[in-house]
Design a protein around this ligand. Structure first.
Ligand code: NAG
Ligand code: NAG
Ligand code: NAG
Ligand code: NAG
Length: 493
């Protein structure tokens, strides 16, 4: 009898979940975020997992990390083969070392562990009988969001670089593309598990972004979304569906703070049922600031379940060589000083002199900052960092979004309504696609509407109003839930 009730409940959730799907011509999938389900339905979902219990996570994670490399599918040998390709240099597959585990649930808890001396599952479980016990009695951390004013000193490393230009280096972060598998180019090799379809990739990126914001807000790091992620913010506050990863930038000072977490696994319980596990990994050659395509990424925040990640690049004004003016560099540099410029450069020599003068002056004033891929910014257009809401969680954007996007993507991209087969639905304010499934639900649409009013103030007035910094519950469905449901649905239940 009990089984029967459970089964019909399961049916109920399922039909609610997918009933509207067949009515639609496009590939929209109506999902119900976990937080919208009744307690009963939630426990049904939990039971559908093969013994899945999110509260087991830290134990599971430690076990996983201490057990070693069962999930590393790519062998050392395969990587050695790649080293034969001279353009890629010599690769080493470092084992990831874990220095500490940080648990986050409205607060941060540190659980330090020493590599090679991992606590056994048994020991850990006796410390953490349940997560709730572990966090009980803690005062939740209440974030007090404010705009951050940046000055040139934010972009200076305080400690001398541990490495110089002459240190032998290899590409530190390794993606699947190194195995000549372009479709794996956005997975960290150490954690690649299987290829993820777009709708699930977005759900994972959603979770990663939210955890990153919570973690860095707690540490008060000066970090903000950038590149394609910022363009996504501009449109509807969501990751763009064709993006494979997330991009953030960080000041040199905050980077040094982040560096203390190198080798940390962060376990985040703040999204309720879908806690995420992330490795913080810092490129040892972040201090070599010259252009180097193999090591332009200073750090990564990697989802250890999927291998998807955030690319973290540091801005500093340490060093830039003449190469910055080569290729497209001169035009980009010119635009830094003339934000409205949107033409093709013809008289290069004339511009070159003007740019050099301004460049020399700005270097003296420490007004310019760079990443290792030579994206150049005026400190004035980054400051103040403004708190806003992205993917439903509070994160920061640079002060002058429009300038940055115009320079990087040109004016036409801000009026883009079709791209790579995606169409921007102006009513829903969503990127949609005829044949690629995407998620859409009430909570998501509520968020998008909220974002629309929010972005007026961030982009036009370059300010914020505390009362609009509303956090939304997770509105994308995790792949493991979808996987559990979808096969049954296809079998015609
Ligand atoms: C490089 O390639 C050559 C020829 O394919 C092969 O004989 C050699 O073993 C390779 N070296 C490494 C380090 O894989
Ligand atoms: C971060 O940790 C990894 C793994 O232990 C290590 O290889 C790397 O050099 C460290 N980075 C820095 C900046 O120390
Ligand atoms: C800018 O500075 C460089 C290096 O100090 C110098 O060689 C160059 O002549 C300067 N350019 C201008 C236009 O002042
Ligand atoms: C902030 O937003 C609230 C609610 O929309 C509004 O009542 C208030 O006047 C706003 N404050 C400012 C300073 O704009």
């Amino acid at each position: 009898m009990k089984k029967l009730i459970g089964f019909s409940l399961f049916l109920g959730i399922l039909s609610f979940w997918w009933s509207r799907e067949s009515d639609r011509e496009d590939s929209e999938t109506c999902t119900t975020p976990y937080v919208y389900l009744s307690d009963q339905s939630r426990s049904q979902i939990d039971q559908l997992q093969d013994g899945y219990d999110p509260r087991r996570f830290p134990i599971e994670a430690l076990h996983y990390l201490s057990a070693g490399n069962e999930k590393i599918l790519f062998s050392w040998d395969a990587l050695v083969d790649i080293s034969n390709k001279t353009e890629l240099g010599i690769y080493h597959m470092d084992r990831f070392n874990v220095n500490q585990v940080v648990l986050m649930k409205k607060n941060l808890h540190y659980l330090s562990t020493v590599p090679g001396n991992m606590p056994t599952v048994l020991q850990v479980s006796s410390i953490l009988s349940t997560i709730d016990d572990f966090f009980r009695g803690e005062t939740p951390y209440i974030a007090n969001y404010e705009a951050y004013h940046l000055t040139p000193s934010d972009f200076k490393f305080t400690a001398p670089s541990p490495h110089t230009n002459s240190t032998p280096r290899y590409r530190y972060f390794k993606e699947g593309s190194l195995l000549e598998q372009p479709h794996l180019s956005h997975y960290d090799l150490r954690f690649y598990y299987n290829r993820i379809e777009p709708i699930d990739r977005l759900a994972i990126l959603h979770r990663i972004a939210r955890s990153w914001f919570r973690f860095t807000n707690r540490l008060e790091l000066r970090t903000w979304i950038s590149h394609g992620t910022l363009l996504g913010y501009y449109f509807n506050g969501l990751v763009m569906p064709w993006d494979d990863d997330l991009d953030v930038q960080v000041t040199a000072l905050s980077f040094e703070k982040l560096k203390e977490y190198n080798g940390t696994v962060l376990i985040d319980y703040d999204d309720g049922f879908n806690p995420g596990k992330y490795l913080i990994d810092i490129n040892p050659w972040y201090g070599v600031r010259s252009k180097e395509s193999d090591n332009k990424i200073d750090a990564r925040f990697i989802d250890v379940d999927s291998g998807l990640y955030i690319d973290i690049t540091t801005l500093s004004h340490d060093y830039i060589d003449r190469g910055a003016f080569d290729d497209g560099g001169l035009t980009e540099m010119y635009k830094v000083f003339n934000p409205g410029f949107d033409q093709i450069m013809t008289e290069t020599d004339k511009y070159l002199k003007e740019v050099e003068e301004k460049f020399n002056q700005s270097m003296k004033d420490e007004g310019l900052v760079f990443c290792k891929d030579y994206h150049v910014y005026n400190v004035d257009e980054l400051t103040p960092l403004i708190p806003t809401v992205f993917e439903g969680e509070v994160g920061y954007v640079p002060g002058n979004i429009q300038n940055l996007l115009l320079r990087e993507y040109k004016r036409k991209s801000l009026y883009l309504y079709e791209y790579k087969g995606f169409i921007f639905d102006k009513i829903k304010r969503m990127w949609t696609h005829k044949s690629i499934k995407y998620e859409y639900n009430d909570l998501m649409s509520k968020f998008i509407r909220h974002h629309e009013s929010l972005r007026q103030s961030t982009i036009k007035r370059r300010t914020f109003n505390t009362s609009t910094l509303i956090r939304f519950d997770s509105f994308r469905v995790e792949p493991w839930i979808r996987k559990k449901y979808q096969p049954a649905y296809k079998q015609g239940i």
